[in-house]
Design a protein around this ligand. Sequence first.
Ligand code: ADP
Length: 589
Amino acid sequence: MDAAAAVPLPLARARADQVAMLYGGWARTTASMLFGGLLFCAAMRDETAIGLMAGWFALVIANQAIRYALLRAWLAARPGIGATARWGRYWSYGSAAAGALWGFAAIAMFPSAPAHQALSIVCLFGVVLGGLNLTAVYKASFYGFVLPALVPLIVRVGLEGGPVHLYTALVMSVVLAFVLAFGHRLNDVLTDALATRHRNADLIDELKERTRAALDARTAAEAANRGKSQLLAAASHDLRQPLHALGLFVAALARRVEDAEAAPLVASVRGALQALEAQFSQLIDLSRLEAGALEPARERVVLKSLFDRLERDFGVEARARGLGLAFVPTRTTVDSDPALVERMLRNLIANALRYTRRGGVVVGARRRGPDIAIEVVDSGVGIAPEHRQRIFEEFYQVQTPGTGSARGMGLGLAIVRRFAALLGHRLELASERGRGSRFRIVLPRAPDATGARPKDDRGGHPLAGACIAVIDDDPSAVEGMRALFAAQGAQVAGGAHAEAVLAALGEAGRYPDLIVADLRLADDANGLDAIALLRDQFGTTIPALVVSGDLRESSEREVRGAGLALLSKPVVPASLEAAATGLVAAARG
Ligand code: ADP
């Protein structure tokens, strides 16, 4: 049975290569056998019977002819690695026969004249040494040829007797030992080199395979990530709808409830809803960061407008908790992404209020060379030095008993840190335990625009008596807005698409003072087109703003590209009111 299966694969392949080299060397072997044989016969022609020589030479030719047939058989069989040893053995029999013919010649044609004796020795060693590179390819073939070729000669020379012949036989024995050792070593080196070549080829194949697998995995991961972003955008859009409507209803309800017992309940519902919205927004922010779906769009941000909005949104909570909340008046403008910088400040202010029991929170902006440092300073519990790095990690929270309202999820500061990194803004923290903390966002100042007036400056009650066209395919959102704006004396003409709103406006006999449109409407309709249609119809530029739960960057760009303000769902009712008031007031001049 072949033993090839038991040897390691690269070695087995090396052996197969060696057998192939044996068979591939047939022509050269034949040439050296015939040439050597002719030379030998020529040298011995005076000493040997011609018939013997011819017979011997015919046997040499016959052996090579048999080996040619073997070569053909091998070529036809194209044997696999498993059959290596067998085909190696077949060839070695041929080598042994060739060696035996030389050994026979050394004995049967051994000349009596010393000069001819020397010639025959040179001839035989010449044939063996000259063919070393062919025979040493395979050990069985090598030993099979060399030993039967030279041992009879050495014995024959020794049998001549006398010191010269004995000495010659001794020297020939030593040379034979060297030849055997050399051939053996040559074979080992060759085997090793071939096995190494196969090992390297295997490694390269494996490397190629792994590289391809890694590339496949990366492509799959990228596809999954894209899928995740799309799923996220779609899911958050659906989740935002009801949250958005709920917020509007609760805000409207809060205004109308006069019952002393019901009022605190509504306030609690409002508080819980706000907490839900904040946590939802944080989760969405984090998922968008994870999905790499955030591309900051930098522009000039008027801090006054931002501070006013934050003051309105956080003022109620601060007052409810008996804390001061002051925004230092500023005319500064910064260069940042307005939505992201607002999120960061919201998280910092929410934390400052949450972790403060007495005193309050001050938010301000100061110049720092070419930069602006926006600071959120509180007189709260402070942060121990060992936590100051780690609080910026996801889900890291410090156990601080008895602080503020419901704890968050440990994501607020992680989002602040990642937004800051995305925008290239620096974050700084100074804190003293029991005395308070100061968080700072350092960001570039934008050149002041002369005569710029913050859009949401209020004057009087611009919404009273106004007509607001609301386009939203979610009826509950339309009703929520109706309830919210009704509380300010404004009328809402709403519908699921532009045509429905036009009809409602016609019925009411009103001209819209403001359009509020959802970005994605039913039947693939687009809020921007709806706005354009209404504007076309009324032949003027009616102020408009877009509300959307669609988180994709492309959507944000689309709205901004149309020169419109975008509020994301669920909208904070106070922000919606402020934006609507600002736009209507500005349009009235
Ligand atoms: P959380 O949702 O717990 O507020 P954050 O990531 O916003 O998560 O904050 C992480 C931790 O940092 C908080 O648990 C809190 O212990 C600490 N921390 C954050 N802001 C303040 C602050 N202004 N004063 C004291 N501790 C703070």
